[in-house]
Design a protein around this ligand. Structure first.
Ligand code: NCD
Length: 433
C-alpha cells in the first residue's frame, strides 16, 4: 500500500484541537505522523496541499443509498461515489429500501455488496418495525448482532408509542441509537410543504411545525423513561430545538442533526412549484432557521447530516403534489454551508468541519472516526476553500439529478478524498489508488 506525505496543508482536526499548517504521513491505511515540516522518507509519495484544507473525512449519519431494490434512484456504486466526491468517508444508510432492511439476512447481504461496490465506509441502519409498517418490531437483536449501527423507520414516524418504547429498550441493550423521523402522521396527513402563509397563498396542503414538535416531545419522554438513546433526524422546527435543548439539560440521552437544506432554504422557494424543493420535513421559514443556527451554536444540534435522498429525475419531474420527497445532498453539503456561512464570516471553517466530523462521530460514539490521530484511520479530505463552482446536477456523480441548489454559485470544494489510506476521489473522478 502506498505511503503518502501530505505537505503544507491547513490541517483542521477539531477532535484533536489542531488548526495549523502541518504535514501528515499515511502508512498502511493509518495516520503515521502529524507535524511541522516532516522529513520526507524514500517511500513517501508526496502531495502538495498548500492552499488546501486537510480535514478528517466527513461523516454523514443520515443518507439513503436506495439499495437493495431502488437502483433507478441510486445504488452503492453511484451513492458512495457521490459521497466520496462530497468528502464523506463514512456514511450511514437508512432502512427504507425494497426490501426494507429489517432482518439480519438483509444486513448480511448489504455487507457483502458493500465490500465490492462501495468506495467509502458504509454503515447500515436496521428498521425499527417490520416492513416499516409500524405494526410489529423488527429483528432488533439479530440485526444488532449482524452489525447495524442504528435503528430507524426513517421516512415514517413510529406512530405506536409502545413499539418505540420497546425499540429504545432493546437498542439500548446493544448501545445503539434509535433514529426518529419526528413528524406526527395525523397532523401532517397529506401535506406537501410547511404550513404557513406561503402554503396558504399557493393553495398547497401544509405540514405544521407542531407536527414535528409533538413527535419530538414523545420521543424525549420515551428516552427519559427507558434510558435509551434517541437521535432526532433532520430537525427543522424552532419548537424541536427548544425541546431538545431542555431535554439535554435534564440529562436525557438525546442527540440531533440538521441538514444543509433546512439551514439554507425557506418555504418561499416553493413559489416556483419546483419539486426539487419538496422534502420531509419541509423547508420552513427564517424564524425556524434562526433557531436551528442557535441550536448548532450551543450544541443542541450535534451534527450536520445530508439526508441524501435521491430520486430518479423522471419521478421528480412532475406536479409538486405528486413528486416524491427528498433530493441528493452529498456533493453540495460542504460547499453550500461553506459559501453561505463561512465565506460570509458567520461561522469559522473549524465549526463547519467539527459539525461534519467530530460532531457526528461523538453523537453515535464512533470513536475510531472523525479525527486524524496518530495510529488512527487514514480517512481524510482535501478541500480548496477558494474554488468557485456552479452546481450543475448533470455533472454530479449521484443518480439523483434533482437538486435544490442547481445553478447556485459556490465557493469551496472537496478536491480529494482518502479512505483507509487510499485516494478514492481525485480531480472529479473516482479512483482506487
Ligand atoms: C426521504 C426518502 O426519500 O427516503 N425523503 C425525504 O424527504 N427526506 C425519507 C426521509 O429521510 O424522511
Amino acid at each position: 500500500m502506498a505511503q503518502w506525505l501530505i505537505q503544507n496543508g491547513h490541517l483542521i482536526d477539531p477532535a484533536n484541537g489542531l488548526d495549523d499548517v502541518l504535514d501528515i504521513r499515511i502508512v498502511d491505511g493509518n495516520v503515521a505522523a502529524v507535524g511541522k515540516s516532516l522529513t520526507a522518507e524514500a517511500s513517501d509519495e508526496i502531495v502538495n496541499a498548500s492552499g488546501l484544507i486537510v480535514s478528517p473525512g466527513f461523516i454523514d449519519i443520515h443518507c439513503h443509498l436506495r439499495e437493495p431494490g431502488q437502483e433507478a434512484k441510486e445504488d452503492l456504486v453511484t451513492g458512495t461515489a457521490s459521497a466520496a466526491a462530497g468528502g464523506f468517508t463514512t456514511i450511514l444508510t437508512m432502512a427504507n429500501t425494497r426490501p426494507v432492511i429489517d432482518q439480519a439476512i438483509i444486513v448480511a447481504g448489504m455487507k457483502y455488496k458493500i465490500q465490492t461496490d462501495a468506495v467509502v465506509r458504509v454503515e447500515i441502519t436496521g428498521a425499527v418495525t417490520k416492513g416499516l409498517e409500524g405494526k410489529e418490531l423488527a429483528e432488533i437483536g439479530d440485526m444488532a448482532q449482524a452489525g447495524v449501527r442504528a435503528f430507524s423507520d426513517d421516512g415514517f414516524y413510529v406512530n405506536d408509542g409502545r413499539l418505540m418504547r420497546a425499540a429504545l429498550e432493546y437498542a439500548s441493550m446493544f448501545n445503539l441509537p434509535v433514529i426518529s423521523h419526528s413528524e406526527d402522521c395525523c397532523l401532517v396527513a397529506d401535506g406537501v410543504m410547511h404550513e404557513g402563509c406561503v402554503s396558504a397563498k399557493l393553495g398547497l396542503k401544509g405540514r405544521p411545525a407542531e407536527a414535528e414538535n409533538i413527535a419530538v416531545s414523545r420521543e424525549l419522554m420515551l428516552a427519559e423513561m427507558t434510558g435509551g438513546h434517541v437521535h432526532i433526524a433532520h430537525v427543522s422546527s424552532k419548537g424541536a430545538v427548544d425541546l431538545i435543548r431542555a431535554a439535554k439539560a435534564k440529562g436525557i440521552k438525546v442527540t440531533a442533526e440538521v441538514t444543509p437544506h433546512h439551514l439554507c432554504l425557506v418555504d418561499k422557494t416553493i413559489e416556483s412549484f419546483d419539486s426539487a424543493f419538496k422534502v420531509n420535513p419541509p423547508l420552513r421559514t427564517n424564524e425556524h432557521i434562526v433557531a436551528l443556527l442557535e441550536g448548532l451554536n450551543d450544541g443542541t444540534l450535534d451534527a450536520i447530516a445530508t439526508d441524501h435522498a435521491p430520486h430518479a429525475y423522471e419521478e421528480k419531474d412532475c406536479e409538486f403534489n405528486d413528486a416524491p420527497c427528498g433530493f441528493a445532498g452529498f456533493e453540495t453539503a460542504f460547499s453550500v454551508l461553506h459559501s453561505r456561512f463561512v465565506k460570509t464570516g458567520e461561522w469559522s471553517v473549524q465549526k463547519l468541519i467539527q459539525k461534519m466530523t467530530a460532531g457526528p462521530a461523538a453523537a453515535f460514539d464512533w470513536q475510531d472516526r472523525g479525527h486524524l490521530s496518530v495510529g488512527g484511520l487514514a480517512d481524510l479530505v482535501l478541500i480548496d476553500p477558494n474554488k468557485a463552482w456552479v452546481v450543475d446536477p448533470q455533472k454530479l456523480l449521484t443518480r439523483g439529478k434533482s437538486c435544490p441548489f442547481a445553478g447556485m454559485e459556490m465557493t469551496g470544494q472537496v478536491v480529494r478524498t482518502m479512505v483507509n489510506g487510499k485516494w478514492v476521489y481525485q480531480d472529479g473522478k473516482i479512483t482506487r489508488k
